[in-house]
Design a protein around this ligand. Sequence first.
Ligand SMILES: O=P(O)(O)OC[C@H]1O[C@H](O)[C@H](O)[C@@H](O)[C@@H]1O
Length: 546
Amino acid sequence: MALPKINPTKTTAWKQLYEHYNTIKDQEMKTMFAADTNRVNTFSITWDDFYVDFSKNRINATTQKLLLQLASEIKLQEAINKQFSGCLINETEGRAVLHTALRTPKTTPVLVEGANVMPQIQTVKKKLERFSSQIINGQLTGYTNQPFTDVVNIGIGGSDLGPHMVVEALGYYKNHLQTHFVSNIDGDHVQETLKKFHPETTLFIIVSKSFVTQETLTNANTILAWFLNTAPKAAIAKHFVAVTANTKKAEAFGINPEYIFPMWNWVGGRFSLWSAVGLSICLALGYRNFEKLLSGANQMDIHFTTAPFEKNIPVTLALLSVWYNNFFEAESEAVIPYTQYLHRFVTYLQQGVMESNGKSVDRNGQPINYQTGTLVWGQPGTNAQHAFFQLLHQGTKLIPADFIGFAESLHGNKTHQDLLISNFCAQTEALMNGKTETEVQQELTAKGLCNKEIQAILPFKVFAGNKPTNTIFIKKLTPENLGKLIALYEHKIFVQGCVWNICSFDQFGVELGKQLATTILADVKNNTFTNHDASTTKILNFYLNK
Ligand SMILES: O=P(O)(O)OC[C@H]1O[C@H](O)[C@H](O)[C@@H](O)[C@@H]1O
């Protein structure tokens, strides 16, 4: 029931893509547009509220054919079927990968090792719905009988990034509850957050799939001590709830079992916002909006599992990313959302992409000799334009970029929206077309510069262009459309992991640092350390003023 284990570099498509790369690498996209009036129709997908234009890529019909052949040779369809049918595709941890079941309609059974998981999902969803509406409407109150005004999510990694991103992204739809997120072990993060609310009117959600994460438990204990400075012990039951797959540990922490929201080991942390980990989303936006988010994601799941690969958005974006990563040797890709609401989207994606696909052994445990996980970075446009776009336009690196935009402004300010969308379109056009010497010369001549002046400045004003971008244009930022967008990137990650023949669902790479931190903590407490390298020892000496 395992995923296929095919070395991509041994496929016929891979070898042909190499040869093809040599023929296309110096071709200009603008020339390709001029030669083919139908290019934009061939290389775009209209689906639902989404228009995805991937025509501004360094590809032609042969590239697309070979990338699709690669998908077929590595048995992508078989892998997708296995994921959605609950096979234990997270082999290194012996788990299914079924965050998609959390957004599947309740009438469709989803089996994990023969058992239908839908009833337990429904039970938790009902619990989330009841609890969140009782907090929002003031039926459940704090220990002094006042309604809750603030909610604090205490979690890190997947237990923070997803819900935090969604609550910010859908800020337009928020209710009166103020939401806060405490993640970092940095005590200053907790202390700064604690300034913002009162114990009598604040609900604390401890979110940890494992319920052993150092940061989360330390922060939870610090906040609990702060709470008990003014509140009686009996108040804990009303103010502290937990989301976890380890209910025993949550009970041992002192959480009222009635207020423990379970999740399951077949939901990976970085894909968990659809589970009870989304409790802060339910509280901030109301349960109906949470359901809309899930329903949007489910629509993308249906698209992903049923659309032919050449019209399949996640498959297309994944294969294009492989094209640049493995053939053009582009190391990173930028994601630029043209809405401030998505200001945490890239931070969220970084865990999904890099924790999943930052691997250097294949599914057989063999070292690999090709590039895997891309570096993902970015921030909202137009801010990004004034920060790092210089490097995109004129730097030495090839950085493919996804431009994500929403046609409708939520507050309806047309003046701003016209400006925003003009920038959104102008940047991808500029990145593709660049500016030739001749164009610069004409521009400067028109400004009245003499030839000597023009020649002195000319090289600095030329833009090579031919920089690839995808445009993901969506009608409106709604809970449904955000659900679709997040699910799109989740599936892109999965497809890339399949092509690279790596295990996308474990994260052993985060363990070593955690182990060493435990050793160092003991050393710091004892004020003695001998077992570290000279560099680390000197740094520790600096800390301990030795
Ligand atoms: O939810 P928790 O068990 O507390 O885990 C929180 C985070 O811990 C680690 O950093 C893992 O690498 C992440 O994948 C996970 O999201």
